[in-house]
Design a protein around this ligand. Structure first.
Ligand code: ARG
Length: 282
């Protein structure tokens, strides 16, 4: 009797493997009716793809690559560089994939993910409730907050209250934009000027078209560090911490899981800190 059972199991296994082979090609093929125990053994994890990719073997990353130090084009080499670029290059490597960055305007970056133009968004994107309705987010990978960036020559702005009556530049659809709207709702009557990209918002301060910008802190710190004659950073406790996440299509939970796992490993083994220190060391 025991022998018979063993034989049956082996038979089921063979049949199962054969079926699994077919089912890979055509997902609609009905699973063979097997006992739960046999079923477990006939679904070899390695054969089932754990997630979808736009291009086989490649992790395609959408990013608005005009946001130093997170993502920008190196003037000398013409190559994409930055914290997010290093992070995703390492994530892809650990998933056994090539990495490809697709430079995408911020406006439309989420629809682009939904339309499967890329597998993920990594673009210093803050995890928000609204966005989380449209995409899945990885575990947070970076803490940030909004700050005011103003002209180094202007001493009048030293907190959010001083923005009343001033023109304030933001990148449209960013958390800086949302924070500016919130300030107006709180009664600080500022005038929001929206730009498609952050570089234009910064330029507006330089040209005197805007008195200030509301943007992510590390982007502001870098601008002021590079050009202290032009820019000055003003912090205000009004702005709350926010967290960047990698956005994944809602149909691609397998990829989300794989990315979270790799992120955790990178945090544990010091690789995350290494990348962090490279960009934010001092
Ligand atoms: N963290 C902000 C947000 O999510 C701004 C991100 C802008 N990123 C960029 N690459 N331009 O809204």
């Amino acid at each position: 009797m025991k022998k018979m059972k063993g034989l049956l199991l082996v038979l089921l296994l063979i049949v199962g493997i054969a079926f699994a082979g077919c089912a890979q090609e055509e997902k609609s093929v009905q699973e063979p009716k097997t006992t739960p125990a046999a079923e477990e053994k006939t679904t070899p994890a390695a054969e089932e793809k754990p997630y979808d990719l736009v291009t086989d073997g490649v992790l395609t990353v959408g990013s608005d690559i005009a946001y130093p130090p997170f993502e920008y084009t190196d003037e000398k080499t013409g190559e994409y560089t930055g914290f997010d670029i290093d992070l995703m290059t390492e994530v892809a490597k650990r998933l056994g994939l090539e990495v490809k960055f697709v430079n995408t305007a911020w406006d439309g970056i989420i629809p682009g993910l939904q339309a499967k133009k890329y597998d993920v968004i990594c673009s210093a994107m803050t995890i928000t409730e609204e966005r989380a309705k449209q995409v899945d987010f990885s575990n947070p990978y970076f803490e940030a907050k909004q700050v005011i960036l103003t002209s180094a020559k202007d001493e009048s702005i030293n907190g959010v209250k001083d923005l009343a009556g001033k023109k304030v530049a933001v990148q449209q659809g960013t958390t800086g934009d949302f924070a500016a709207v919130k300030l107006t709702e709180k009664g600080i009557q500022l005038e929001i000027i929206r730009f498609e990209g952050t570089p234009e918002a910064l330029m507006a301060i330089q040209k005197g078209d805007a008195a200030a910008a509301i943007i992510d802190n590390f982007v502001a710190y870098l601008a002021a560090k590079k050009d202290p004659e032009t820019y000055r950073v003003v912090e205000d406790p009004e702005f709350e911490p926010e967290y960047y996440g990698i956005a994944v299509h809602k149909d691609n939970k397998g990829l989300l899981e794989a990315i979270n796992k790799v992120l955790e490993e990178m945090k544990k083994d010091g690789t995350y800190d290494q990348i962090y220190n490279k960009w934010f060391g001092q």
